[in-house]
Write a protein that binds this ligand. Structure first.
Ligand SMILES: NC(=O)c1ccc[n+]([C@@H]2O[C@H](COP(=O)([O-])OP(=O)(O)OC[C@H]3O[C@@H](n4cnc5c(N)ncnc54)[C@H](OP(=O)(O)O)[C@@H]3O)[C@@H](O)[C@H]2O)c1
Length: 250
């Protein structure tokens, strides 16, 4: 069943990959869509393409760096003044810089926590504050199957995604009693600029990932693995004892 919401949709991190595909897909919902990221040129091109596809100006561009958390409230107000009340937020922004096995770069870890976790917290908290009095709204956070275990090749990324994932769960547990939905999307590997040059298992396209996320939104899922096959895979991986996992983990 399609979402019953009718207000403005915000997609944070929409200038490439999954966020881009999500922006293009959500333009078909006949609701205003605000797309955010740092690279304005990319956003403009995506908005133009999406608007051409639906034959009207539905997708609007806002330049934003998610590490500037103090600007979220003001930006929320500006989007609402331009496009009407926001009742749906998708937080997709993320970074996964390459880190060698003998590297322990605190600066990169901080960057991943800032973008993947703290940015998500800032946007989801703003959404929660705004949605609460209305007792309606939907928050969709794009986490990852990488949130489940600490692999030896991605300490900072795994930790940032676990932080994001747990925060989303807590928000869901707080907000469901007020009629506000929080969906955690956990994609497996997706072919995007983030995974360019990496050998990943069972990759899917960004468009397929976006479709899976929209379907999860439509059925009001709490947690959605995208595609579904990652659910049983991660159930098994979660159960592997640490002494074995450290030997298998790459
Ligand atoms: N690709 C995968 O295999 C995979 C699997 C599971 C989960 N995910 C998650 O899916 C999400 C999207 O990843 P993707 O693969 O689509 O990556 P991507 O193509 O590299 O896109 C990342 C997006 O995040 C935005 N972003 C990064 N830093 C930002 C900042 N400081 N401020 C605002 N926006 C920022 C980028 O925009 P600008 O650079 O223009 O700011 C871009 O729009 C991430 O959260 C990622 O962890 C990806």
């Amino acid at each position: 069943m399609p979402s019953s919401l009718s207000g403005t949709i915000v997609v944070v991190g929409a200038s490439s990959g999954i966020g881009e595909a999500l922006a293009v897909r959500l333009a078909h919902d006949a609701r205003p869509v605000a797309i955010l990221a740092r690279r304005r040129d990319q956003l403009e091109a995506i908005a133009a393409r999406a608007n051409r596809k639906v034959g009207t100006t539905r997708v609007h561009v806002y330049e934003h760096d998610v590490t500037r958390r103090g600007e979220v409230g003001e930006l929320w107000d500006r989007i609402e003044a331009d496009l009407g009340t926001i009742d749906e937020l998708h937080y997709v922004a993320g970074v996964m810089p390459e880190v060698a096995l003998d590297e322990f770069p605190t600066d990169l870890d901080v960057q991943m926590v800032e973008v993947n976790a703290l940015g998500c917290m800032a946007w989801c908290n703003e959404a929660a504050r705004r949605f609460l009095p209305e007792k309606r709204g939907h928050i969709v956070g794009v986490s990852s199957v990488a949130a489940i275990r600490g692999r030896m090749d991605r300490p900072g990324y795994n930790a940032s995604k676990a932080c994001q994932d747990v925060h989303l769960e807590s928000l869901r547990n707080r907000l469901w009693r007020h009629g506000i939905k929080v969906t955690t999307a956990r994609p497996g590997p997706v072919t995007t600029p983030m995974t360019e040059g990496l050998k990943v298992p069972l990759p899917i396209s960004a468009e397929r990932a976006a479709e899976g996320i929209v379907k999860a939104r439509d059925r009001g899922a709490s947690i959605a693995h995208v595609p579904w096959i990652w659910r049983p895979i991660m159930m098994v991986i979660r159960l592997i004892p640490s002494f074995l996992f450290r030997r298998m983990s790459v």
